[in-house]
Design a protein around this ligand. Structure first.
Ligand SMILES: [Fe+2]
Length: 252
């Protein structure tokens, strides 16, 4: 089974369309979305309509922005531009899309008995995994949730990265290349972030995603150029905080 792994779309339809265009001829059986469909950019309905009508079976969980937009969380921890965008998004969403967000399940959860998915981390859907220390606590939690599972995909940090639990410690790698391949090894455990489709934060503005081949134990990371200027202009024209558009240009 091959999975298209998407995360942190953040209402950026230009980026999502470019990624779906890139994978059109690639082989995958299912789509997995790690949350944050909305927030920040100007096309929440287009992004949700596109995701809800994919022809492949899709497994999705909620992100912290989805929760605030859906009214599940008050957004007290959000910075002012993020909170403004969340409130704006709630007003713009169709009834169907708002209901879809409300019904998204929380992570962590196991997909097809093969791998774990969560938005922030296995310990806390709203927490970040940045360091080997964060990863170490979450490898323990992975073990508690599903002892036999060796791979967990997470999002939230918007940084394509791999944390590997090896015999002598934890290896931390940021995925810097526009294309990269990770071969998973038996006996090791992995926390893997595919990066963000709609708002990359690793100083590379290209949309980020991954394909996981569970049979071969391979993860393919890929970056896709898209019309960043168009996405930025829409944010400005919508009256959303301009910095939300400007940061797309630099990938931060
Ligand atoms: Fe996010």
């Amino acid at each position: 089974m091959r999975y298209l792994i998407l995360s942190d779309l953040h209402s950026n339809d230009e980026a999502l369309a470019a990624v779906l265009g890139r994978v059109k001829r690639k082989k995958f059986d299912r789509v997995v979305c790690l949350g944050d469909f909305v927030g920040y950019a100007a096309d929440p309905n287009k992004v949700l309509d596109r995701m809800r009508t994919l022809r492949k079976t899709t497994f999705s969980i909620r992100g912290n922005h989805d929760k605030v937009v859906a009214g599940i969380d008050g957004g007290e921890l959000f910075n002012p531009p993020a909170l403004y965008a969340a409130r704006w998004t709630t007003e713009k969403l169709s009834k169907e899309n708002l209901e879809y967000l409300r019904r998204l399940p929380p992570g962590p959860t196991v997909v097809d008995n093969l791998f774990l998915v969560c938005h922030g981390s296995p310990l806390d859907e709203d927490a970040y995994i940045f360091s080997d220390f964060d990863a170490s606590m979450n490898f323990v939690q992975m073990n508690r949730v599903a002892e036999e599972i060796e791979v967990c995909f997470f999002g939230h940090s918007h940084i394509p990265s791999v944390f590997t639990l090896e015999a002598d410690g934890i290896r931390v790698e940021a995925v810097r290349a526009n294309r990269a391949r990770l071969r998973l090894e038996k006996g090791k455990r992995y926390l893997i972030n595919p990066g963000s489709v709609g708002q990359p934060r690793d100083r590379n503005p290209k949309a980020s995603y991954a394909i996981y081949d569970a049979d071969l134990g391979l993860v393919h990371f890929d970056r896709v150029a898209y019309d960043v200027g168009a996405a930025r202009r829409k944010i400005h024209r919508a009256g959303l905080p301009p910095m939300l558009g400007d940061r797309l240009v630099v990938g931060l």
